[in-house]
Design a protein around this ligand. Structure first.
Ligand code: SIN
Ligand code: FE2
Length: 214
C-alpha cells in the first residue's frame, strides 16, 4: 500500500489522503450506498434539548448508529424513524479502514452526513461519544468540496481550515482524536459525482473497546 500521498496537516495525528479513493471507486461507493439508504432513509436530526433541526440529513450503516436524542448524543442499534436495524457496512469501507486506520478491530459505525444546499454546515464539535477513544475516526468525502475546520481541544482554541474534495480520506487519530472540527460550508457544483449535487461524508468509528483489549 502506498501511503506516501499523505499530507501533513500541521496537527500530529491528523492525516489527509487526497484522492485516496479514485473516481471509479467513488462511483462504486455511491452505488453501494443506494440500497443501504433505501433501508435506512436519511432524516434530519434535531439538536438535543432545543430540538432545533440540523441543516444536514443523516443516517447510519453498521451495527451501531450515532443518534441525536432529546437528552444528548448516543449510539443505538436501530433507525430512529423506521426502527429497522442499520444496514451492513459495505466491504469497500471496511477495506479503507483496514488500509488507513491502523486499528486492531473493525469500525462499528458509519455515520452518513448529507450536505445539500448553501446552508448545510456542521458546527465545531468533538467526536467523543465512543468508548474506544484509542481508535481513530476516519472520514471520507464524496461529491462537492467542503471547507473543513479543525481547532484544538477547547472550542475557543485557534482553528485552521482546509478543503476536503471528493475521494479524500482524513484520519483523525491520536493525539488529534479529540480536536474540535466542523464544516463551514460546501462549494456547490465543485463535483459531478452525485446526481443531486451536494456532499456526502462517511465517518467510520469504532465505538466499543475490542474484546480482550487491556
Ligand atoms: C463529522 O464531523 O461528523 C462530519 C465531518 C464532515 O462532514 O466532514
Ligand atoms: Fe465529527
Amino acid at each position: 500500500m502506498n501511503l506516501s500521498g499523505a499530507l501533513e496537516t500541521g496537527f500530529e495525528g491528523l492525516t489527509l489522503y487526497p484522492g485516496w479513493i479514485d473516481p471509479a471507486a467513488q462511483r462504486a461507493l455511491v452505488a453501494a450506498l443506494e440500497p443501504a439508504l433505501a433501508v435506512a432513509p436519511p432524516y434530519r436530526p434535531l439538536m438535543p434539548r432545543t430540538r432545533k433541526p440540523w441543516s444536514i440529513h443523516q443516517t447510519n450503516l453498521g451495527s451501531l448508529g450515532w443518534l441525536s436524542g432529546e437528552q444528548g448524543y448516543f449510539y443505538g442499534e436501530r433507525h430512529p424513524v423506521n426502527d429497522a436495524p442499520w444496514p451492513a457496512l459495505p466491504p469497500a469501507l471496511l477495506d479503507i479502514w483496514s488500509d488507513l486506520a491502523g486499528y486492531e478491530a473493525p469500525p462499528e459505525c458509519c455515520l452518513v452526513n448529507i450536505y445539500q444546499g448553501e446552508k448545510a454546515r456542521m458546527g465545531l464539535h468533538q467526536d467523543r461519544d465512543e468508548m474506544a477513544l484509542d481508535a481513530p475516526v476516519l472520514s471520507i468525502s464524496l461529491g462537492d468540496t467542503c471547507i473543513f475546520r479543525v481547532g484544538g481541544f477547547a472550542r475557543s482554541d485557534r482553528t485552521k481550515s482546509f478543503r476536503l474534495a471528493s475521494g479524500d480520506v482524513m484520519v483523525l487519530g491520536d493525539p488529534s482524536r479529540l480536536r474540535f472540527h466542523g464544516v463551514d460550508r460546501i462549494i456547490p457544483g465543485s463535483s459531478q459525482l452525485l446526481e443531486t449535487g451536494g456532499r456526502i461524508n462517511l465517518t467510520l468509528r469504532r465505538v466499543s473497546e475490542p474484546a480482550g483489549s487491556r
